[in-house]
Design a protein around this ligand. Structure first.
Ligand SMILES: NC(=O)c1ccc[n+]([C@@H]2O[C@H](COP(=O)([O-])OP(=O)(O)OC[C@H]3O[C@@H](n4cnc5c(N)ncnc54)[C@H](O)[C@@H]3O)[C@@H](O)[C@H]2O)c1
Length: 339
């Protein structure tokens, strides 16, 4: 059994605690929470776990092999670093860190010490994204030419990060997982309406080689919740609507056929439309966090690399950092090679 120490029992921590507690591979040995009311709740819900407000004390406890970090982003670097130095494997919430320099330092430390870092990019473990990944790998979509996502709702205004750091890691990790490559440049614009300098609405534009573009709209100030992810391929296109209770993924056999013009209309290009069937594939069932926790156990036991490892976390953070830089310069194009 893998002994788990969870730090952070706020909004997301309880979901992690529930999943780790329910799996036979783990023992939820300790919970560290600095807020006394939340710590009392953790004690009440998990009476067999040692609950403490002292993180260093938890790292020193016997029987803890891995640390799960569910605290605000600004704390991820220090808490992950301390866990790695104490010889623990780590599952840290998204986004991995605030800066790419921090992410690189943690990756180096984990590699030197032979420790595993996994970043909780939860969506990668959903049946929907697993199915889309399978379709992309099988070449069903042809060449992917664009990705377009809307992730908006009346969200919790965070005090330490903007909406890009809060919501875009989902879109960026899905995109990175599907494309397996980084963009070359990023542009972002956004605005703050809460009387501080923290953007609550933003638009990200990612530019890849081969004329592939990706566009993400993230917003905490929308009256409706939308989770709409569109992938355009030269053969087929996918609409992933996470708000649908079933048939979240729809594969459209639609597209264009480009024909060269005849002599009279020299240089003119004709576009014909191709409209075939729509298929909604059956998706694997299961809570993403549970699937992820099972995968993490396998990585800890066999010392293999997690799907969402530190390098995936770094790829996401590099784009966040580029977007942050762009947003502060009114949408300037930021080359990813500079990050
Ligand atoms: N994967 C997902 O889908 C998902 C969803 C929501 C949040 N998150 C991520 O989870 C993390 C936490 O978000 P949240 O919404 O739960 O935040 P939160 O503020 O609700 O909870 C964080 C908790 O950590 C505690 N804490 C902070 N520093 C601590 C320390 N040094 N020692 C002990 N306790 C400490 C706080 O008291 C608080 O209770 C963030 O990184 C966020 O991005 C991920």
């Amino acid at each position: 059994m893998i002994g788990i120490g969870l730090v952070g029992f706020g909004y997301w921590g309880p979901n992690l605690a529930r999943n780790f507690q329910s799996l036979p591979q783990y023992q939820l040995a300790a919970i560290c929470e600095m807020n006394p009311e939340r710590a009392a709740l953790a004690s009440q819900n998990y009476p067999t776990a040692a609950v403490t407000t002292d993180y260093a004390a938890m790292l020193d406890m016997d029987g803890i092999d891995a640390i799960v970090i569910a605290t605000p982003v600004s704390t991820h670097f220090e808490l992950t670093r301390a866990a790695l130095l104490a010889g623990k494997d780590v599952l840290v919430e998204k986004p991995f860190t605030r800066t790419s320099a921090e992410a690189r330092e943690l990756i180096d430390l984990a590699e030197t010490r032979g420790r595993i870092i996994a970043v909780d990019h939860t969506f990668l473990y959903t049946g929907a994204v697993q199915t889309i990944k399978r379709l992309v790998e099988a070449g069903e979509l042809g060449k992917i030419v664009y990705i377009d996502s809307v992730r908006i709702n009346l969200g919790l205004f965070q005090s330490d990060v903007n909406v890009i750091y809060d919501l875009a890691p989902h879109d960026l990790s899905i995109t990175q997982h599907l494309l397996e490559r980084d963009p070359v440049a990023v542009q972002a614009v956004g605005a703050s309406h809460a009387g501080n300098d923290i953007e609550n609405i933003a638009y990200l534009h990612l530019e890849y080689e081969d004329n592939l573009i990706a566009h993400f709209h993230v917003n905490w100030l929308s009256p409706v919740k939308v989770r709409h992810f569109l992938i355009g391929g030269t053969s087929k296109m996918i609409v992933y609507d996470d708000m649908q209770p079933s048939e979240k993924v729809k594969v459209y056999d639609k597209g264009i056929v480009i024909k060269e013009g005849d002599v009279e209309s020299l240089y003119r290009v004709y576009v014909d439309y191709r409209t075939g069937d729509m298929v909604a594939p059956k998706l694997p069932f299961g809570e993403a966090l549970r699937v992820e926790a099972e995968h993490f156990a396998e990585c800890v036991e066999t010392r293999c690399r997690p799907i969402s490892d530190g390098h995936m976390g770094l790829s996401v953070v590099r784009v966040l950092e580029a977007a942050q830089r762009s947003i502060k310069h009114h949408g300037d194009r930021v080359e990813l090679s500079s990050i």
